[in-house]
Write a protein that binds this ligand. Structure first.
Ligand SMILES: [Mg+2]
Length: 194
């Protein structure tokens, strides 16, 4: 059976897993209950450009973290589902909020808990360092690993294929600035985040 080809032009909404996709696979936990996540500046810039082009984005995470909510706010991502035991259920809520069909969704993932969602969407994508089963389920596997340019790679490809102004081009002309790439500590008390 021939594998279907990814249809980049059909995508209208970007749904992103957080841990292992927007961040590297490791999570730093503090004894006081907070956590630290590392986000890519490049990925952030790309997401902003996607949203600025009138395309929605959403975050889907099984974990609950203030750092995720904070990053979503920085990037202008309005639809965020966190702390869902069943990611498929979380995805359905996102899809209804965005008002799009499965075929119009691109989902970026890295782990086996994402497999059901990946099987639903029009464009399932795995990051380079995803679980082997996830890479197998995806129609596209990024060159970049999670937390280090995978999201940017996908957004740039989507925007080019759809004839939208590419983030890389916008960066050259001074747009899409994002200076919040330092580690964001949960709880908001950190002084090292601009
Ligand atoms: Mg993950």
């Amino acid at each position: 059976m021939q594998r279907r080809q990814p249809d980049w032009r059909a995508v209208r909404a970007l749904v992103l897993d957080v841990d292992g996709v927007l961040t590297p696979r490791q999570i730093v936990l503090h004894g006081d209950g907070g956590d630290v996540k590392f986000f890519s500046v490049r990925d952030g810039r790309a997401v902003k450009s996607w949203i600025a082009a009138g395309r929605p984005a959403a975050l889907l995470s099984a974990r609950q973290s203030p750092a995720t909510a904070r990053r979503a706010g920085e990037l202008g991502i309005e639809v965020v589902v966190q702390g869902c035991a069943d990611k498929d259920d979380g995805y359905q809520r996102i899809r209804l909020q965005l008002g799009v069909s499965d075929e119009a969704v691109c989902y970026l993932a890295d782990d086996r808990t994402d497999l059901r969602v990946l099987s639903r969407v029009g464009l399932p994508v795995a990051v380079a360092d995803a679980d082997p089963l996830v890479r197998l389920a995806a129609l596209y596997v990024t060159d970049a690993p999670g937390g280090d340019g995978a999201v940017c790679e996908v957004v740039e490809r989507l925007m080019r294929r759809q004839g939208l102004p590419c983030p890389r081009d916008a960066w050259r002309t001074g747009g899409w600035g994002d200076h919040a790439g330092q580690p964001a500590r949960a709880g908001g008390e950190s002084s090292h985040v601009a």
